[in-house]
Design a protein around this ligand. Structure first.
Ligand SMILES: [Zn+2]
Length: 155
């Protein structure tokens, strides 16, 4: 799961598009779940807010749940990590990228692995020695999808 505490907030990066004019935002957008920006109505705060460059409509994103740890499963299954609410935009993709720190825990040993750079997983896979299990552990591949939250009723 992402390292995401108030002291070390995770920088979530996404590619988004405007739902009014369908134009894709030219750059990745980034924010943390601790960012708090008032909406134009002033009634609530969200993590990210911006005006669409094409149609000037307001776009906003707010993380409402998570992050939650991905649990080991064989074969791997899709599991929810974060849940967010969007207004005026659709999230096209999550961009984990280099410099984004994740942490993991040995499924059977409980050994902790911190400071896993997501760039390593993307480049050649991440591997480390689990001293309690006396064996090599690692992450060879990770895939992210954006789905409608209705798919995970329990999250
Ligand atoms: Zn637009």
């Amino acid at each position: 799961m992402p390292v995401d505490t108030e002291e070390k907030p995770y920088q979530y990066s996404f590619r988004i598009k405007c739902t009014s004019c369908q134009s894709e935002h030219p750059n990745e957008i980034s924010f943390t779940r601790f960012d708090s920006i008032p909406t134009t109505t002033g009634k609530s705060n969200v993590n990210y807010i911006q005006k669409c460059r094409s149609c000037q409509k307001q776009l906003s994103i707010d993380i409402i749940k998570g992050p939650q740890a991905y649990m080991l499963n064989d074969p791997p299954t899709e599991q929810p990590i974060i849940k967010f609410d969007t207004k005026g935009c659709d999230v096209l993709a999550f961009v984990p990228g280099k410099g984004h720190k994740w942490q993991a825990e040995g499924a059977e040993t409980g050994s902790k692995f911190e400071d896993i750079d997501f760039g390593e997983i993307e480049d050649e896979g991440y591997s480390e020695y689990d001293e309690r299990a006396l064996e090599e552990v690692g992450i060879t591949e990770a895939e992210f999808t954006i789905v409608n939250a209705k798919k995970f009723k329990t999250f």
